[in-house]
Ligand binder design. Structure first.
Ligand SMILES: Nc1nc2c(ncn2[C@@H]2O[C@H](COP(=O)(O)OP(=O)(O)OP(=O)(O)O)[C@@H](O)[C@H]2O)c(=O)[nH]1
Ligand SMILES: [Zn+2]
Length: 195
């Protein structure tokens, strides 16, 4: 299914995670049986399945599901798509905005689908660079447009709460294909997203 929402959680996965998170609580020195923590392993098991549900979803099927023939061939930009992902090194969140653009080549897609594609790849263990490329590749391969541009600006909690502890650094990644290789087109995109 293109965009499967978690309505019922896989029992085997949920039970396995509950067991592990219960042990995690004990290992960090908590009393896993105290009232406030009794349901925490189950809550966390469900939260983690939600935050990684992108593994069960198919970005290309989502785009194909709303692919329409249209002669429009100017840039289409959806900017400021908020995203939340988990860094694969520490499994701590990184969060920010994605700006996605494409120049149609006979086909357009539903605007919401671009934001859904961002979520499909964000809801996995990621590095920002791969996330950027996966979004671009899914759009390029499905719509075969004249070009795709993806810019992501994000803050990484693994650099804020721990480690180097820098509170204001923002990481920007970008990927471009087709006509966005042209300096003028790319500059227009950057201007339109306010960069
Ligand atoms: N390139 C890239 N690096 C990331 C991303 N998210 C986290 N990292 C980095 O992954 C690196 C992992 O480095 P390690 O030295 O193995 O881990 P560490 O000892 O916890 O490193 P520190 O964070 O520097 O304390 C760190 O430099 C993180 O900042 C990302 O999306 N892209
Ligand atoms: Zn990290």
């Amino acid at each position: 299914m293109a965009y499967k929402k978690i309505e019922s959680y896989d029992e085997k996965v949920t039970n396995g995670l509950i067991k592990n998170y219960h042990e995690c609580l004990q290992l960090i020195g908590e009393d896993a049986e105290r009232e406030g923590l009794l349901k925490t392993p189950e809550r966390l098991a469900k939260a983690m399945q939600f935050l990684t549900e992108g593994y069960q979803q198919d970005a290309k099927a989502i785009l194909q599901g709303a692919k329409f023939t249209e002669a429009y061939s100017e840039m289409v930009i959806v900017k400021d798509i908020e995203l939340y992902s988990l860094c694969e090194h520490h499994m701590l969140p990184f969060f920010g905005k994605a700006h996605v653009a494409y120049i149609p080549n006979g086909y357009i897609t539903g605007l919401s689908k671009l934001a859904r594609v961002v979520d499909v790849f964000a809801r996995r263990l990621q590095v920002q660079e791969r996330l950027t490329h996966q979004i671009l590749d899914a759009i390029q391969e499905t719509l075969q447009p004249q070009g795709v541009a993806v810019v992501i600006e994000a803050q990484h909690l693994c650099m804020m709460m721990r480690g180097v502890q820098k509170q204001n650094s923002v990481t920007t990644t970008s990927a471009f294909s087709g006509q966005f290789g042209d300096g003028t087109t790319r500059a227009e995109f950057m201007r339109l997203i306010g960069k």
